[in-house]
Design a protein around this ligand. Structure first.
Ligand SMILES: *Cc1c(COP(=O)(O)O)cnc(C)c1O
Length: 435
């Protein structure tokens, strides 16, 4: 490239062509990456078993039952590594931790197997997974469709960063199928939605989204953070890419920040290559925490499903509670929900406390069991108000258009005893103080 008679700094000749396989989506690929020591189980194994065993690194030296922590930024170079450089198979060989590390492979094989995917990638946060996916799967000049009430970080990325990178974004109501159809343009490359939304727990029709994406010849990415593969496997429904904030249910103990993305290997190779450039690789110790946490995913999520449903049912009709948002005990917005694709609805329940935000804040302070904290999906129940946390940047008008009315509280049910949680909620609603 030259500007006037000045040549821009850079290599413009005599350089080997950029590793073209990065972008070659027709290249034949195997699943993985996995090492010969990672336990790979058939994808039709029960999630209860996959959660425990898939991906485990069976250490040939020590026989360690759990995956060791490969706390190393780099690995000895040998003939295999040099071949990987020349063949473009760097993703499958331990060379440098930003490229890949056996601790990452264990965690990502577990997520991939639970979601029924060929390949997976773990990242330093959910936002890293989302950003790398969106950039990797779209080009400048393309168009993206998403929901106006997606996770705030996702919304900010799509709204603040994508336009300057030459991508246009349309924001729609994820429940309004005809609006989504109408938003499609010839240059639409990606649809990005959540399988269950925050905090209104909208449950979009995933099969309709799959149909729209196929007709538009676009890819469909689903953020499955709120449901987890225990409750829904979007890839089985025809979705192309599944993303997680592994900080939430996958990790499950409120002690780590991580992301994950899974799907066909040809897409994951591209997302991996994007992650090499942007950074955001997951640290080996965090991989250990994540893989260890996921061993109990199935147990935890089933209990959290039960707890949230029990809470939603108990709160229904309570004189100090207005609307409840939960697919089992919620209102009319769920009557047309086809529940066949769900194993459960997760541990979240949102509800409006009578008396508005002040009353809701007092109510939260009277709760004895859950912590008042943002985030979700841990073994401990958490409670917060979207209006002064995740959605605090919205105006009153925007809040009400998203459906966040005064007094809305979001409750992330942990794995505690459901009756303890319900008694605690009733005490707090009825004004009884902490003892
Ligand atoms: C928390 C969250 C994210 C962002 O994940 P981080 O791990 O905090 O980066 C993305 N999507 C959803 C649905 C979330 O709840």
């Amino acid at each position: 490239m030259s500007q006037g008679n000045r040549t821009a700094i850079g290599f413009d000749e005599g350089v080997a062509p950029e590793a073209s396989w990065f972008n070659d989506l027709t290249r034949k690929r195997s699943a993985g990456p996995v090492s010969p020591h990672n336990r790979v189980l058939p994808r039709n194994t029960s999630p209860d078993t996959l959660a425990v065993h898939a991906g485990t690194y069976e250490d040939p030296t020590t026989g360690s039952v759990g995956t060791p922590i490969f706390q190393s930024s780099t690995f000895l170079l040998d003939d295999t590594s040099y071949t990987a450089f020349s063949d473009g198979t760097l993703r499958d060989v331990p060379i440098y931790t930003r490229y890949g590390n056996p601790s990452q492979w264990s965690a990502q094989e577990k997520v991939a197997s639970l979601e029924g995917a060929e390949s997976g990638l773990v990242t330093a946060s959910g936002m890293s997974a989302i950003a790398n996916t969106v950039y990797a799967l779209t080009n400048a000049g393309s168009h993206v469709i998403s929901a106006y009430d997606v996770y705030g970080g996702t919304y900010n990325l799509l709204r603040e960063d994508l336009p300057s990178a030459g991508r246009t974004v349309s924001f729609v109501d994820p429940m309004d199928i005809s609006a989504i159809e109408a938003a499609v343009r010839p240059e639409t490359q990606l649809l990005l939605f959540e399988s269950l939304t925050n905090p209104m727990l909208k449950a979009p029709n995933i099969r309709a989204l799959v149909r729209i994406a196929k007709e538009a010849n676009a890819l469909l990415a689903i953020d499955n953070t709120f449901l987890t593969p225990i409750n829904m496997k979007p890839l089985d429904l025809g979705v192309d890419i599944v993303i997680h904030s592994a900080t939430k249910y996958l990790g499950g103990h409120s002690d780590l920040t991580a992301g994950a993305v899974v799907g066909r290997r040809k897409y994951l190779d591209r997302i991996w290559a994007q992650t090499l450039r942007f950074g955001g690789t997951l640290d080996p110790f965090c991989c250990f925490l994540l893989e260890r946490g996921m061993k109990t995913l199935s147990l935890r999520v089933k209990k959290q499903n039960e707890n949230a449903t029990a809470i939603a049912q108990a709160l229904a009709g309570h004189p100090h509670v207005r609307n409840i948002f939960h697919p089992v005990a919620g209102g009319s917005q769920y009557t047309s929900l086809d529940t066949t694709d769900y194993g459960g609805f997760g541990g979240m329940v949102s509800f409006e406390v009578d008396g508005g935000d002040d009353a809701a804040e007092k109510f939260m302070r009277r709760l004895r069991i859950p912590y008042v904290a943002t985030s979700l999906g841990g073994v401990e129940s958490l409670v917060s108000m979207p209006s002064n946390t995740s959605h605090s940047s919205l105006t009153e008008k925007q809040l009400s258009s998203v459906g966040i009315n005064p007094g809305l509280v979001r409750y992330s049910a942990g794995i505690e005893d459901s009756q303890d949680l319900i008694d605690d909620l009733f005490n707090a609603l009825e004004g009884r103080e902490k003892q």
